[in-house]
Design a protein around this ligand. Structure first.
Ligand code: ISE
Length: 341
């Protein structure tokens, strides 16, 4: 019997682009869930989203009052990155399942504290927003690899381009905020752990800050011998693109363009390119929320968990060392607690 007999009441913390997308998906598309409360430092933004999601959505004074409220069953966190870990910990203290946008934390220590707290509780309550795992095009690639269609994977080629860097972007935050997606995707899609990292960066003319290494090339070695070469460029200018190809010893497979047909006309063939992740991953965000709600109802979370969030940050930390010292950094995954096996 599900613990949620009247559907699941969700509280959303943070009502910017990502919070708005999740709240709208939960109230308009996902069955078995409703947005019951929202909060944001910008109260008028929270009030607007509450009104858009229904007439009975509460606007909470702050995050703590939302997390503690008995009318909120589960929490979605989409605040700026540095608030994630503290809010996840508060959810765990109140025994509330929580979906936290990536990164799980901004430091490895904070992410480990979350893992330790969950292990102490003895059950998984945390899911991390690695939405590429729900993207139909990425799932096609994963299924092909798992079926053996390309033989043994020997190389992953990844491209991750943002139209422009957010204000305040640093060389390190590119690894913690953007490249964590690629680090998680490499582990997930190949099904191997990362054992070595090397990162090379440059400051491109498009960067507004002359210090920031806004184009980084990450090279990984995975535990089964597969190599990865991943470009993360946050000032690409022309649009937003995430591309991934896996080369195997019997063929290669590459994600298809997501949202547009290919136009051929007057000696030209092409398709439009999205401006950001909200435009590129609409299907993934819906499937991610739908599955999270179903899993909560079934009492068994199957999405990327606190361990995945922690490992992606540990690898990002090794990437930062590699970037600073120009060295190849060996990476050894810590022992995975039984809860995450
Ligand atoms: C952003 O926060 C995301 O999560 C996007 O998916 C990623 O592409 C972008 O680089 C991040 O800043």
């Amino acid at each position: 019997m599900s613990a949620y007999s009247n559907g699941i009441s969700v509280g959303v913390i943070g009502t910017g682009g990502m919070g708005t997308r999740h709240a709208e998906t939960l109230s308009a598309t996902v069955s078995g869930a409703r947005v019951a409360g929202v909060t944001d430092l910008d109260r008028s933004r929270a009030e607007k989203l509450a009104a858009d999601c229904g007439s009975d959505v509460m606007v909470f004074e702050n995050e703590q009052s939302l997390i503690r409220d008995d009318g909120i069953d589960v929490v979605v966190i989409t605040t700026p990155d540095d608030a994630h870990a503290g809010l996840v910990m508060e959810c765990l203290q109140h025994d509330k399942p929580v979906f936290c946008e990536k990164p799980l934390a901004t430091t490895v220590d904070d992410a480990r504290k979350i893992v330790n707290a969950e292990v102490e509780l003895g059950r998984k309550l945390v899911q991390v927003g690695f939405m590429r795992r729900y993207d139909p095009q990425h799932l096609d690639v994963k299924r092909a690899i798992d079926s053996g269609a390309i033989g043994h994977p020997v190389l992953l080629k990844g491209t991750h381009r943002n139209t422009g860097a957010r204000p305040g972007t640093s060389s390190e935050s590119i690894l913690v905020n953007s490249a964590v997606h690629d680090l998680d995707a490499a582990r997930w899609i190949i099904g191997q752990e990362i054992v070595e990292v090397y990162v090379h960066g440059t400051n491109t003319p498009a960067a507004s800050d002359g210090e920031v290494l806004d184009l980084q090339v990450i090279q990984l070695t995975l535990s089964g011998g597969c190599l990865a070469n991943i470009e993360v460029y946050v000032n690409a200018g022309y649009g937003y693109e995430v591309d991934l190809e896996v080369v195997g010893d019997a063929g290669t497979i590459r994600v298809a363009p997501a949202n547009a047909p290919v136009l051929r006309k007057q000696r030209y063939a092409g398709y439009p390119i999205e401006g950001d992740w909200l435009e590129r991953f609409p299907a993934a965000y819906v499937l991610e929320m739908q599955r999270w709600i179903e899993d909560l109802r079934d009492g068994r979370l199957t999405g990327p968990d606190a361990w995945d969030g922690y490992i992606s940050l540990l690898v990002a930390e090794s990437c930062i060392a590699a970037l600073h010292f120009g060295s190849k950094e060996p990476f050894e995954s810590p022992r995975r607690p039984e809860l995450y096996l």
